[in-house]
Write a protein that binds this ligand. Structure first.
Ligand SMILES: *Cc1c(COP(=O)(O)O)cnc(C)c1O
Length: 236
């Protein structure tokens, strides 16, 4: 598929990649050190297809039903080339289903979802990489996340669950807080996690509006939606 929308997406993708490269450069990090996940939530399968056509591999989705339906619309060879990151809140009764299609889950924030995620992964014959989502606001803005004080226990529970692999931390910068300060806090939490869990080295932070601050704080994964796809359609 190559149409005006494909060109629009390719142009926006280039601009975001340039922002990431400049931020890596400014932080003294090698280019390509921060991995781009294109957040396609609320956008149709046709846009995922267009992104795949221009070389995108990592996409992020945040709603179970929407994600599953969208992936089912893609041709199998296109689907196979994608790495799908689930980044939304996980209802425990949906966790097993999410693990049936997600290649990475970034939003684990409580122990209750571990067993069903693991079951879904094992049924699919694979180990599921998971990030723990941290609540940096600590005041329940409704964005989810485990409080920093409860992080070590959740990390231990994740690491000891067969079928899951603890790979790192994810966070969304709280509203009304300097994202640089929030991401620095996340980096400290990541360092501590790393001491107990040497394999958990990844940091998913930074979105369209604050990816530069995230790169400066050491993010390895950036989740960018609107800067590439445009303003999200209203959710139904
Ligand atoms: C929607 C979403 C993003 C992308 O946000 P943009 O501001 O559109 O780049 C990133 N992370 C999470 C968890 C999201 O829900």
């Amino acid at each position: 598929m190559s149409d005006a929308r494909t060109e629009e997406l390719a142009g926006a993708l280039d601009a975001v990649r340039e922002r990431i490269a400049a931020a890596c450069d400014a932080a003294g990090r090698p280019a390509g050190d921060a991995h781009l996940v294109v957040v396609t939530k609320y956008f149709p399968a046709a846009d995922v297809q267009r992104l795949a056509d221009v070389g995108v591999v990592d996409i992020g989705e945040s709603r179970d039903q929407e994600a599953a339906a969208k992936l089912a619309e893609l041709a199998p060879d296109v689907r196979e080339r994608l790495r799908v990151h689930f980044i939304g809140q996980i209802q425990s009764n949906k966790a097993r289903h999410i693990a049936a299609y997600a290649d990475v889950v970034q939003s684990v924030d409580r122990a209750k979802v571990l067993a069903p995620l693991a079951r879904g992964a094992l049924e699919r014959g694979r180990v599921l990489p998971v990030f723990l989502q941290v609540d940096l606001a600590g005041d329940d803005e409704g964005r989810g996340g485990v409080l920093p004080a409860q992080l070590p226990a959740l990390a231990d529970a994740t690491a000891t669950t067969e079928g899951l692999e603890l790979v790192g931390l994810m966070a969304v910068a709280p509203l009304h807080v300097d994202p640089a300060a929030a991401f620095d806090r996340l980096a400290v939490l990541s360092q501590r996690l790393h001491e107990d869990h040497p394999g958990a080295t990844l940091i998913s932070a930074g979105m369209s509006g604050d990816l530069e601050q995230a790169v400066a704080a050491g993010a390895t994964h950036l989740r960018v939606g609107s800067a590439i796809l445009g303003v999200r359609p209203a959710r139904r």
